[in-house]
Design a protein around this ligand. Structure first.
Ligand SMILES: Cc1ncc(COP(=O)(O)O)c(C=O)c1O
Length: 390
């Protein structure tokens, strides 16, 4: 199979497949073009489909048992793609990354404790803190002239000085599509060490950093050994989030064994047999699919930039350094997400409201998921242009 532009251009009808993106009627109606939830409209790599088909041919779907290659293939992949030395015994399987966020909050903080997050940020971070009865201590990103954002390390330090001991971090950042630089990550790790805090790094978008930038795992930063737990998954990278499988990994035996104990206590089990088969295939045999998708998405970035400039000229696009998600300031067209949504829905295009990432900072912003064909991406921007006529 050749994973070239023609492969990713190929439209796949997902209607009626229980795809949340296309079929969840509370979000999306027939005829709408959905560019919201972060899964991609691309056919999976052939080795994944074959691995699932092969397992499905056996007619008994009993309890699954682990296999050294589950963690082994994950570790080899992170070494090959990101240069990270991580051992199977430094990993812990999870059903999904959000489970990792929820459980680390419960484990490493107490009721009413503050937890630091960098906002605007993927909704389940907020949710993991609120639902656990902890308090969000936000360190809002600092907006730059070029519509990009920087970390507010001074504010993070103030929060740590005030006694906060847990930071949930998103590397790279969803929704502002920022790839953090080594200096920024080093500064964050130094702060965590200085104030004896724990850093949980959601690295689910690790594989989506565009050249010439490169993804830097937080665990590759000196000093991260005792204070960092990272979370990742094949789900986003290889478009298999419906299968549900993820990994936590850390150089700290203490943090990892506490997490394992917490997961057991909560009765959280992983190891869906199809997910296990798919993840091994993904981590061992799908690099050419991934490289093809990244080239395709790199072209998508150019399409978004050019088409918005031409058709939605008052839109302000954050520079897309990472992820398949574009963060767009549409406040020149309408001040609130409610108003923007009314207009966009009338033109049958569905994006994610910025307020889902921060009630205040996201107001008037939309997140556009460009994990779709170039044809649908162009069509979505035409529809945005129709919707947002000034
Ligand atoms: C930053 C981030 N973390 C976690 C998730 C969800 O991961 P999972 O399905 O493994 O819980 C997403 C999905 O969009 C995400 O963007």
């Amino acid at each position: 199979m050749i994973y070239d532009r023609a492969f990713f251009d190929n439209p796949i009808d997902r209607n009626g497949t229980r795809a949340a993106k296309w079929d969840a009627r509370q979000f999306c109606q027939p005829g709408d073009l959905p560019l919201w939830v972060a899964d991609w409209d691309f056919r999976c790599a052939e080795p994944i489909v074959e691995a699932i088909q092969k397992r499905a041919q056996h007619p008994i779907f009993g309890y699954s048992s682990g296999d050294p290659n589950d963690a082994g293939s994950f570790c080899a992949y992170w070494k090959r793609r990101h240069g990270l030395d991580i051992l199977p015994e430094e990993t812990c399987m999870l059903p999904c990354v959000v489970t990792g966020l929820r459980q680390t909050v419960l484990l490493f903080s107490q009721a009413n404790d503050p937890v630091i997050i960098v906002t605007p940020l993927y909704g389940p971070f907020h949710d993991s803190i609120n639902r656990a009865g902890r308090k969000i201590l936000a360190a809002p990103l600092i907006p730059r002239e070029d519509n990009g954002y920087d970390l507010d390390l001074d504010l993070i330090e103030e929060h740590l000085k005030s006694g906060c001991r847990l930071i949930l971090f998103c590397n790279p950042h969803n929704p502002v599509s920022r790839a953090w630089r080594k200096e920024e990550l080093s500064a964050l790790v130094s702060l965590a060490n200085q104030y004896d805090a724990i850093l949980v790094s959601d690295e689910i978008h690790a594989d989506f950093v565009y050249k010439p930038l490169e993804f830097i795992p937080l665990l590759s930063i000196p000093g991260s050994e005792n204070c960092v737990i990272s979370l990742a998954s094949a789900s986003k990278t290889f478009n298999i989030p419906g299968l549900q499988q993820a990994m936590a990994f850390s150089k700290s035996k203490e943090l990892l064994s506490k997490l394992k104990a917490q997961i057991e206590l909560q009765g959280i089990t992983s190891g869906n047999i199809f997910a296990l088969a798919a993840a091994q295939a993904a981590y061992t045999s799908c690099d050419s699919w991934l490289d093809g998708m990244l080239e395709y998405l790199d072209e998508s970035r150019v399409i978004i930039k050019d088409a918005l400039a031409e058709e939605v000229p008052y839109a302000k696009l954050a520079p897309i350094e990472a992820t398949a998600l574009a963060w767009i300031d549409l406040r020149e067209y309408a001040p609130t997400c409610d108003e923007l949504n009314k207009k966009l829905r009338a033109s049958h295009v569905v994006l994610s409201s910025g307020t889902g990432f921060d009630a205040k900072l996201g107001e008037g912003f939309m997140r556009l998921n460009f994990g779709c064909t170039h044809a649908n991406l162009r069509e979505a921007i035409h529809r945005m242009s129709d919707a947002l006529q000034k």
